[in-house]
Design a protein around this ligand. Sequence first.
Ligand SMILES: *Cc1c(COP(=O)(O)O)cnc(C)c1O
Length: 413
Amino acid sequence: MKTLHVLPDRDAPQVSQQEIMTRAEHYSARNYHPLQVVLARAEDVWVWDSDGRRYLDCLSAYSAVNQGHRHPRIIQALKEQADRLTLTSRAFHNDRMGGFLERLCTMAEMDRALPMNTGAEAVETAIKTARKWGYKVKGVAQDQAEIIVCRNNFHGRTTTIVGFSSEEQYRDGFGPFTPGFKAIDFGDIDQLEAAITPNTVAFLVEPVQGEGSILVPPQGYFNEVRRVCREHNVLYITDEIQTGLGRTGKLFCYQHDSDAKPDMLIVGKALGGGVYPVSAVISSEAILGVFQPGDHGSTFGGNPLGAAVADAALQVIEDEELVERAAESGEYVMERLHQLPSDSIAEIRGRGLLIGIELKPEAGPARHYCEALLDRGLLCKETHERVVRLAPPLTIRRPQLDFMLEQIEVVFT
Ligand SMILES: *Cc1c(COP(=O)(O)O)cnc(C)c1O
């Protein structure tokens, strides 16, 4: 059973984890199947359950907590802003959005950004931008715009987005779907070139397919994507909601290739520093310039509380050199994982601190490994049935990486 790191907790509640879970399961829709643990507080790479047991977070809320839980500077920005101004709507200017977008555009080396809240909303915004650009700039005939996507993608859960998912469960029961999307295989440049027609306005792609079980494309693939999209006047859009902001050992994952800068970059998750949902589409004047007042919007998008948090979240990534640390930590973990004398592992893959351990078919479902790791003080979540994902906060230090690797060694060998 769970015996590791039992700490006295002054806030220890009277209710058992079982009671808390029973209540949640009684009143919530059943659209999730969480591991059997109730988290009650966190600091940096560590989280504690409601009985005071400590775990190392190896999921980081799907990379939304790259800066570590409750980073002091991000929490301070949240508190200070909460005491001044939280929401104005975009009917008025607020004194925080401009500075935040300036920092974001400077870091991304692009002209303009359109702030939203969740990742799926930013993907929807990119789709709308690409279509409008197609009609207003490229000259595609009305309602004929096509967007190419990849099979095995994950871009969020809106009806339009699940409509171009290849995951049957994500689609089942949610049709009819938005037309105008065409799917090709991830990593295959010939299929991309063959799929382009005069009506193609964009290619939407993840630099590493995160939810699709941490699939890394062939080296140089995105240089080719860049070239093909430029040749055919097609917008190249990278969804860096999971891979961006340092996770893969580059600020943006596309930077692993030498000449792969996209036309549009979608960010979210860690942009909110693990405390507040903030997302954005970042692009050029020529592309985001297609929007006129009233074309698109969001009540909470660009709000001063989110802007203050995201500005601090970006500063922490720079000041604490989280990109470099992710690269170093990722290399160390990969090297150690490859030395594991395990009969159950089929493949280890990833970039930086976005790592997938794929199990052999006979080794059983990944969820069992996640449950065993939970008992040893590691919080992990499987992706697909056979891949255990390792994505701790980028602030993780060597002794904590060693703790993580020791537990993995016990469970996998
Ligand atoms: C998580 C994720 C999204 C969706 O973000 P939400 O904030 O959950 O809407 C989109 N794309 C990718 C690559 C993601 O990992």
